[in-house]
Structure formats: structure tokens, C-alpha cells
Design a protein around this ligand. Structure first.
Ligand code: NAD
Length: 326
């Protein structure tokens, strides 16, 4: 049962998804601890919470088992978001991705088991579907991983399952599909496509689409992801735990359609953006052509009802970037 004293640990809480989770659960009166080493997260993402009486920041690394053990003390639920994202990053540096995403994950599982955490909810990934060509993606049918990153996210699921079976630690994995929205980092070599393109358009620079733009994604607005995390904490349905869920809207949009919509929404703020041309480059290694989630399992077992379509979410995201980063 959730009470005003319910305490959650959000690892990766200074990152895009983690900071949105901190924000949401603080507003819901949870006690929130954020564990982050700022590898890809930012102080400015959590600045507004630092003075909040229910917020605690632990600056530390999940590769350190002692740090993990300290962070879970007195915690009811863990929302484990800390990881090194990005397929290209993992191709360039598989070892560090492995250390953070697998060793770090295992450290957090062990710490959570030893501290008697009630449930361990973690960020899994649609990359686990790998080379499976079936659409929509259903949780039970996966292919071979296409990148070191995808391997790490699949191994996370295997470990979570073993910890549930062997030690009785309740786990729920949320396979996120291309999440976007406020606070997603537009900068750096490994930036996600939507914030990166928004920033480029705002500077009147031409974004480069990898491939011909016909690849499609189930772009998922951050508020749908927050909803899934909350449902994963709250569910009391025994059939709903110790499993994984697609976390998506359940529709797909091509890169070309996404860019078209981006231009349209940004043009409401600056009409000249409509004339910025888009460029095309080669396909990227490790990218899958199409991604579309079935969200039937989450609907059935968690009562998930995504509130934001891609278009509605994109309007919100564009507005946020314009107001905060222009
Ligand atoms: P992000 O990079 O913004 O957040 C990750 C956070 O983890 C950052 O704050 C970073 O500093 C922290 N971190 C990294 N290494 C750490 C370490 N060793 N110790 C402590 N903290 C560390 O990325 P995000 O998009 O918010 O992703 C959050 C989670 O969701 C990740 O696990 C990612 O793999 C997963 N995911 C994201 C997407 C997406 O579309 N954004 C899709 C699938 C899965």
C-alpha cells in the first residue's frame, strides 16, 4: 500500500526519464531519492527538486556495490533508470556499456534483494526485439540482439527473472519504445533524434535522416512512460509482476512523417523553419527498420491507457523546447 511515507529510489534520476519520474513522484508526496553519477544526466534537470524536503540526491555510481547498498536503505520501491543509452555508444565502447548496464544492474538487484525492497521496476528496451521482423512486437516474441546495448538490456531481463524466481524479489521490466519529451538531452554525439532535430531546426540547420526516412518508430511521450512506472509500482495483481511490458503508445510514425510534424509545430513559433531543408545519409549500424508495440498486455494486466498520442506529445515537447532552450 502507498502511504505518504512511501520511499522510492530513482536511479538515473538526473537523466531525461529519471528526472521526470522524480518530478512526478515528488508531486505525489513520495519520498524520492535520486542516485546518479551525472555521466549523461544533468544538475539542471534536478535543480528544482534540490530544496524539496522529500528529495535526496546521492551522487554515486551503480558500478560500486557499496553505493547501491547505501542507496536502497529504507526504500520501498526502486525505479531503476540508470544506464548508458544509445546503440552507437555501445558499438563504440561495448565494455563501458556492459559495466554500467549489466554489472550496475546486478549491483542494484543484489542491493534491492538484501534490503528487502518491495518491488524493483526497471527500464528495459524495445531493442530487445532485435532482428525479429514481426509487427506489432509482442512481449513473448523476440529476435537476436543487434547491438551491445540490446544485449545488455536483454541480460537485464534475464537477471530480473532469475532474481524473482530464486530470491523472491518482485520485478517488473518496462520495455521503453523511443521515449521523447521535456528534458531529453538534445546535445552530444549520442542525442536522440527528436530533441536533436528540434534544436537543429531552431538554429535553422538541416537535420540529417539516416536512411531514406521510411524507417518507423513507436515514438512514446514521456507522460505515458510515467504512467507505466506508476502502474508498475501500484499493481496488486499477482499475475502482473515478475514480467516485462511494452511501454509505448501503440502506433508507428516514419522518420519522414516525424520531421514533417516537427516542422509544422515549430513553424507556429518561427515561420521560416518551414523552409529549412532535410538531408539524407546512410543507414546506421544496429538500427532496426520498423518498431511498433502491442500494448495489449499492459492494458490487460496493468490497466494502462496511454494519454498522449505521438502528435499530442510532440506538440507538448516542441513547446517545451521552444520555451526552455531557444
Ligand atoms: P539518460 O541518459 O537521460 O539517463 C540515464 C541516467 O543514468 C543519466 O542521468 C546518467 O547520468 C545516469 N547514469 C549513467 N551511468 C550511471 C552510473 N554508472 N551510475 C549512476 N548513474 C548513471 O537516458 P534516458 O533516456 O532517461 O534513459 C533512462 C533509461 O531508459 C535507461 O536505462 C535507458 O537505457 C532506458 N531506455 C530509454 C529509452 C529512450 O527512448 N529514452 C528507450 C529504451 C530504454
Amino acid at each position: 500500500m502507498i502511504t505518504t511515507n512511501t520511499s522510492i529510489l530513482i536511479t538515473g534520476g538526473a537523466g531525461f526519464i529519471g528526472s521526470n519520474l522524480c518530478d512526478y513522484f515528488l508531486a505525489k508526496n513520495y519520498k524520492v531519492t535520486c542516485l546518479d553519477n551525472f555521466a549523461t544526466g544533468h544538475q539542471h534537470n534536478i535543480e528544482p527538486f534540490l530544496s524539496h524536503p522529500n528529495f535526496k540526491l546521492i551522487e554515486g555510481d551503480i558500478r560500486n556495490s557499496e553505493t547501491c547498498a547505501n542507496a536502497v536503505q529504507g526504500v520501498d520501491y526502486v525505479l531503476h533508470q540508470a544506464a548508458l543509452g544509445s546503440v552507437p555508444r555501445s558499438i563504440n565502447d561495448p565494455l563501458t556499456t556492459n559495466e554500467v548496464n549489466i554489472t550496475g544492474f546486478l549491483n542494484m538487484l543484489i542491493a534491492s534483494r538484501d534490503a528487502g525492497v518491495k518491488r524493483f521496476v526497471y527500464a528495459a528496451s524495445s531493442s530487445t526485439y532485435g532482428d525479429s521482423e514481426s509487427l506489432p512486437k509482442v512481449e513473448e516474441v523476440i529476435g537476436k540482439p543487434l547491438s551491445p546495448y540490446a544485449i545488455t538490456k536483454y541480460v537485464n531481463e534475464l537477471y530480473a527473472d532469475i532474481f524473482a524466481r530464486t530470491y523472491g524479489l518482485e520485478t517488473i521490466g518496462l520495455r521503453y519504445f523511443n521515449v521523447f519529451g521535456r528534458r531529453q538531452d538534445p546535445n552530444g554525439a549520442y542525442a536522440a533524434v527528436i530533441p536533436k532535430f528540434v534544436m537543429q531546426f531552431m538554429k535553422h540547420e538541416s537535420p540529417v535522416i539516416n536512411g531514406d526516412g521510411n524507417f518507423s518508430r513507436d515514438f512514446t511521450y514521456i507522460d505515458n512512460v510515467i504512467q507505466m512506472n506508476e502502474l508498475a509500482i501500484l499493481t496488486e495483481n499477482p499475475e502482473a509482476v515478475n514480467t516485462v511490458y511494452n511501454t509505448a503508445f501503440g502506433d508507428r510514425t516514419t522518420l519522414n512523417q516525424m520531421v514533417h510534424s516537427l516542422k509544422e509545430y515549430l513553424s507556429e513559433f518561427d515561420a521560416t523553419i518551414a523552409a529549412v531543408p532535410v538531408l539524407y545519409g546512410p543507414n546506421r549500424a544496429g538500427d532496426i527498420p520498423h518498431s511498433l508495440a502491442s500494448i495489449e498486455k499492459a492494458k490487460k494486466l496493468l490497466n494502462y491507457t496511454p494519454k498522449y498520442s505521438f502528435q499530442n506529445g510532440l506538440k507538448e515537447a516542441v513547446k517545451w523546447y521552444w520555451e526552455n532552450l531557444k
